[in-house]
Ligand binder design. Sequence first.
Ligand code: AP5
Length: 197
Amino acid sequence: MGGVAEVKGGLPVRRVIMLGAPGSGKGTQALHLAESLAVPAISTGEMLREAVAAGSELGARVEGVMAAGALVADDLMGEVVASRLERDDVRAGFILDGYPRTTGQAETLDGILARAGVKIERVLLLEVPEAELIRRALGRGRADDREEVIRERLRVYREKTEPLISFYRERGLLATVDGYQPVATVTAALIAALGAD
Ligand code: AP5
């Protein structure tokens, strides 16, 4: 079920960015899409949390920033993502979850992909009402899911990440999906959006 052959509209796109506010379901849906498209889901938030848990130098640099709901510096994120996208498993594609988050990061990503001779093929935006975003995060209880930190992450999203919506819309890459529906319904809508021209 859900294999590549079932994606509608001819050849499936496999270099995909998930965009959306904290709690909109990017991570959840990235895993489902990764399975359907047989490509890896790459979550920068997850990579950073693993670095913190491992007590690495990277973890030490980002722990306080993440706990405050702020963004890790673009240069550092560029290094993290560039080294991840050098691995063999992304040759056929990837679902990026949580990167890019600023226009600077989007430009860095363009450069990384251009060196590999590939491009982003679709940007999937999940739209969810703010009250639901907060409800979901509070229900989950991650270290940065305290209400004041969630509100700061939302504020940072509006200020720094939302400009990417028009950035990618102008390039004809954006597809918007209602993320305020059951998980399986959202997944089906995202797969349909990947197949659409
Ligand atoms: P990151 O891990 O990317 O966090 P986020 O963007 O705040 O996203 P979340 O993980 O909170 O939400 P999500 O949209 O993935 O939703 P999820 O599927 O988990 O980043 C964390 C931090 O790392 C940042 O604040 C920053 O400090 C740093 N960072 C990461 N990337 C960075 C970058 N590029 N630049 C700089 N700093 C960076 O779902 C949320 C909850 O809702 C779950 O419990 C889930 O089960 C539930 N849920 C999902 N879908 C549904 C549904 N349809 N119905 C009901 N519940 C649902």
